[in-house]
Write a protein that binds this ligand. Structure first.
Ligand code: IMP
Ligand code: MG
Length: 190
């Protein structure tokens, strides 16, 4: 397991900016409009997965023009500052309200191997929602291990480890307003 033993440099640790702040803003607006149309006449319950989805959730909910309720879960699939999925999913924070009979939209930052979402889907399905869909800001299909039906996708990205707009490495970089590629030498042994 890799650990971050230095204080990150938010400017120089990023190789390329993959998605700019403006691109994110436009995409979130588009997704919000799409959700508003699809759920018209109903309300939607957004279930976000902390901590990486926090900025996306905050922006997406304000781009939706129909009644919204929100709930938050926290799961962990990665141990510490690693970039590989362990396949182990632990619920650190559960839903605070029932979702039985509700139209639930899971709001995720990124779908990588799909193991986290695969687990969450089964877990949430078991709670009897009226419908259950997935909205993911980023889709990294190259490393998918289980098929995940993504209903709303922001951006499909290449097989790079990205940080920013909620996404972290060793709990840092979440506050970057854009999505950038973390320099490989920061997590790959030389
Ligand atoms: P999965 O179970 O492999 O699909 O992983 C999902 C979780 O892994 C995400 O919610 C992120 O927390 C984390 N993750 C996957 N890829 C990246 C990445 O490129 N940067 C930062 N976190 C990532
Ligand atoms: Mg996450």
């Amino acid at each position: 397991m890799t650990t971050v033993s230095r204080v990150p440099d938010l400017r120089t640790d990023i190789g390329d900016v993959l998605i700019t702040e403006e691109q994110i803003r436009a995409k979130v607006r588009e997704l919000g409009a799409q959700v508003s149309r699809d759920y018209e006449g109903r309300s939607v319950t957004l279930v976000s997965v902390l901590k990486g989805s926090l900025p996306f959730m905050a922006d997406l909910m304000r781009a939706i023009e129909i009644p919204v309720q929100i709930d938050l879960m926290e799961v962990s699939s990665y141990g510490g500052a690693t970039t590989e999925s362990s396949g182990l999913v632990r619920i650190l924070k559960d839903l605070s309200s029932t979702i039985a009979g509700k139209d639930v939209l899971i709001v995720e930052d990124i779908i990588d191997t799909g193991l986290t979402l695969n687990y969450l889907l089964r877990y949430l399905r078991g709670k009897g929602p009226n419908s259950l869909r997935i909205c993911a800001l980023l889709d990294k299909p190259a490393r998918r291990l289980v098929e995940i039906p993504i209903d709303y996708t922001g951006f499909v990205i290449p097989d790079e480890f990205v940080v920013g707009y909620g996404l972290d490495f060793g709990e840092f970089y979440r506050n970057l307003p854009f999505i950038g590629v973390l320099r490989r030498e920061l997590y790959e042994p030389r």
